[in-house]
Design a protein around this ligand. Structure first.
Ligand code: ADP
Length: 303
């Protein structure tokens, strides 16, 4: 039952966006790995060709906060991607009611998320599908970003347009307005949603449709003024919304520190060209002021 003469299949871990993920043992290294089996659809040949070239690039992306792509090979009409195996993910941590997250723990999770993003943004790779269950957590508490670059290579089987590959709740307003020229700011917005979710212990902006998602964003931050986001009017799906004033951010996050709120508001900037970059966010005083981020191996995790 060895795959590619190297991997011993174990149990199925779950079904993801692109196909089944199963646990396996890498007989070459003895390491436990996760293998993602990607069904190659109709445009098989085309996807095969570009995908394999792009995947070669992903294999070069090595950073302590990125899931390593160990191997990639076609097998029986499926593309197999081999990743390092991770114990759990941030969604499980956030959802676990037995876990108390201190301000220092939250800072540590956000810092690791931004470090992984910063590395990829420096290489001009966007994640485009950031959400808590894509932030995997290893046995020593290290957080690593999964599925980097896959959104661009494979798109999404059940979503037609590339600007809709995001989990809606984490989608930046420019994407909801149909922009085609998005940049690293989309990952910053998603990271801000995850930061908010760590503070609130529930998803922050839970829209039930794309229109409703914008409504939720506007209810939280007020409808964007033209002076705040001059290019908004020219976006493909722009529609004028009824004016909503912004409530004080403090009222939405009563437990957050002033530094946390200041960083959060800079990450939730409407105009993507004015939004804080990942690198700037890492240099924000939130990360250097007390309490310092918890050491990864001391972070709480599900039992
Ligand atoms: P989605 O596309 O919905 O984000 P994935 O394809 O990433 O889902 O993952 C499907 C399942 O496989 C999930 O339950 C996830 O926890 C598990 N999984 C994915 N990657 C890994 C990994 N590197 N180590 C352990 N489990 C993983």
């Amino acid at each position: 039952k060895k795959v590619a003469n190297r991997y011993l299949k174990r149990e199925v871990l779950g079904e993801g966006t692109y196909g089944v993920v199963y646990k396996a043992i890498d007989t070459k290294t003895g390491m436990t790995v996760a293998i993602k089996k990607i069904r190659l659809g109709k445009q098989k040949e085309g996807v095969n060709f570009t995908a394999l070239r792009e995947i070669k690039l992903l294999k070069e992306l090595k950073d302590p906060n990125i899931i390593e792509l160990i191997d990639a090979f076609p097998h029986k009409g499926n593309l197999h991607l081999v990743f390092e195996f991770m114990e759990t993910d941030l969604e499980a941590v956030i959802r676990d009611r037995n876990i108390f997250l201190s301000p220092a723990d939250i800072k540590s999770f956000l810092q690791m998320t931004l470090k992984g993003l910063a590395f990829c943004h420096r290489k001009w790779v966007l994640h485009r599908d950031m959400k808590p269950n894509n932030l995997l957590i290893g046995s020593k508490g290290q957080l690593k970003l999964a599925d980097f670059g896959l959104a661009r290579i494979f798109g999404s089987p059940d979503r037609k347009f590339t600007h809709q590959v995001f989990a809606r709740w984490y989608r930046a307003p420019e994407l909801l307005f149909g922009t085609k020229q998005y940049g690293p700011g989309v990952d910053v917005w998603a990271a801000a949603c995850i930061f908010a979710e760590l503070l609130l212990r529930r998803p922050f902006l839970q829209g039930s449709s794309d229109i409703d998602q914008l409504g939720k964003i506007f209810a939280a931050f007020g409808t964007p003024k033209h002076s705040q986001w001059p290019d908004m009017l020219y976006l493909p799906d722009y529609v004028e919304y009824q004016y909503v004033p912004a409530p004080p951010l403090r009222s939405l996050f009563p437990m957050a520190s002033d530094d946390a709120l200041d960083l959060l508001s800079k990450m939730f900037t409407y105009d993507p060209t004015a939004r804080i970059s990942v690198q700037q966010a890492l240099e924000h005083r939130y990360f250097s002021s007390a309490p310092l981020p918890t050491d990864p191996h001391k972070l709480p995790r599900p039992a």
